[in-house]
Write a protein that binds this ligand. Structure first.
Ligand code: HEM
Length: 139
């Protein structure tokens, strides 16, 4: 019962992450310079769901991954991927928060937007790496 709930949370988290990636990158691929219109509405509407599911999933997985790298059951690479992903979420979320208020001059806000963009690329690559790695582990 508990594990099926966790599986459901992980699946929903993954779907919301894909939603974030599509609504974030797709408009840029289509030629827009920034997010606007429905892309922006969708992106920021999925964001709270994504963040809550990430927090729940991370709390559960942190136990499995172990902060102590010595005696955790998972392989070293998957633990590095996991912790690095969580670490990247900090600049990803804070940068967009800081880019959207007037605490900083507009050139700094622009740098924050770049941080959001590059940390998003990093997170996407880590997710791809994770799935590639776990597929290879299954044989
Ligand atoms: C806490 C979660 C997040 C929030 C609140 C958020 C919010 C936003 C907002 C408001 C923008 C528009 C910024 C602008 O054009 O001025 C944006 C842009 C973007 N977001 Fe997110 N986002 C989050 C997480 C993510 C994630 C997880 C990804 C992808 C994995 C992502 C990818 C992008 C991309 C690629 C852009 C376009 C950046 C650019 O125009 O250079 N975001 N985000």
């Amino acid at each position: 019962m508990f594990s099926s709930r966790i599986n459901m949370i992980n699946t929903l988290w993954f779907i919301s992450f894909i939603g974030m990636a599509i609504t974030g990158f797709f408009p840029l691929i289509l030629g827009n310079t920034t997010l606007n219109g429905w892309w922006m509405i969708l992106h920021v509407s999925i964001a709270p769901l994504f963040s809550i599911l990430l927090a729940i999933g991370a709390l559960h997985c942190a136990k499995k991954m172990g902060i102590d790298f010595k005696d955790a059951p998972e392989s070293k690479l998957s633990r590095i991927i996991f912790w690095f992903f969580l670490f990247l979420f900090i600049p990803n979320a804070l940068s967009i928060l800081f880019s959207m208020n007037t605490w900083f001059v507009s050139s700094t806000q622009y740098v924050f937007l770049e941080v959001h963009f590059y940390s998003a690329i990093g997170m996407l690559l880590l997710v791809v790496l994770h799935f590639n790695f776990s597929r290879k582990n299954k044989g």
